[in-house]
Design a protein around this ligand. Sequence first.
Ligand SMILES: Nc1ncnc2c1ncn2[C@@H]1O[C@H](COP(=O)(O)OP(=O)(O)OP(=O)(O)O)[C@@H](O)[C@H]1O
Ligand SMILES: [Mg+2]
Length: 291
Amino acid sequence: MTAEIPTDPAKLAEAFRLFNQVSEELSTAYGALERQVVALTAELAAANAETARLREQAERNARLTAMGEMAAQLAHQLRTPLAAALLYAGNLENPELAETSRISIAQKTVGRLKHLERLIQDMLLFARGEVLGREAFAVNDLLHELAHTFEPLALARRVDFALTPAPEDLGLTGNRKAIAGALTNLLENALQSVAVGGGGRVNLGVTATDERLAFSIRDNGRGMPPDVVARLFEPFYTTRTEGTGLGLAIARGVARAHGGGIDVESTPGVGTEFVLTVSRGSDGAAPKESD
Ligand SMILES: Nc1ncnc2c1ncn2[C@@H]1O[C@H](COP(=O)(O)OP(=O)(O)OP(=O)(O)O)[C@@H](O)[C@H]1O
Ligand SMILES: [Mg+2]
C-alpha cells in the first residue's frame, strides 16, 4: 500500500505543518525522555554507592561479630579443661590421699593440661592459617606413613582400614607435614564415626589429574544430617567432648593454602566421604630416591 501524496498546495502546506508539529512534539518528548534517563542514572549510581557502603558496613559488622564470638568460644574452650586441671591439682594437696589415688589424680591433671596444650597449638595453627615450606615428595610415601600411624588405631577398634595406593611415580609439591596433619584429622574423624568392634570401615585413596590431587577418606559410619554438614568447618564446632572443633577448620585452611579445598558428602546412617584436593604444585613428578 502506498501513501497518497497531495498535489493541492493548500493540502501540501497542511501536511507540512502537521509534519513539523509532530516532529516538534517528538523532539520535545525525546528531550524529556533523555532528561529522565539522566536523572534515573544518577539515582541508580547513588543507590549503588549506598548499597556498597551498606554492604561494607555489614561485612565489617559480621567480621566484628565473628571475632567476638570466637573470643567468647575461645575463653569457654580454655576454661573447661583449665577448671578441671585446677580441681584435680587441688585434690593433690590432701595429705590423707592414698598413693594410688595421687597417681591417678596426677595423671588426670596432666591429661587435662595436655588437652589444653593441644587446643592452644591448634588455635595457633588456625590463627596463623599459613603453610610454610614446600617440598617435592612421593604421594605414596605420604600415604604409607599415614597408614602406618592409622592402622594400629583402626585395629584396636576392630575397624577395617583399606589404603588404595597411588601410582608409583605420582608426586606432589607442598607442605608434607601440613597435608599429613589435615589427612590425619580426616582419618581420625572417620574412625570416630564408625562402629567399634566389627563392621566399621575406613578407606583412604587418591586420584590425580594433570593439575590436581584428590585425597578421598570414606567411612561407613554414622553420617551427618545437613545441619551438621553446614557447620562442619566453623572453628570450634564439635559434637565430641574431647574435640577442639578446629580439626576441619585447619584442614580446609591447609587445602586452600595448596590451591584446593575440601568437599563432603554424607548420608546419616550410611557414611561420609571427605575429598581433600590440592593443586599439584610446580613439580608434578615424584622426587627420585637420590633427591
Ligand atoms: N567422618 C565423619 N562422620 C561423622 N561426623 C563427622 C565426621 N567428620 C567430622 N564429623 C563431625 O564434625 C565435627 C567437627 O570435626 P572437627 O574435626 O573439626 O573437630 P573434632 O573432630 O570434633 O575435634 P578435633 O578434630 O579438634 O579433635 C565432629 O565433632 C563431628 O561431629
Ligand atoms: Mg577432628
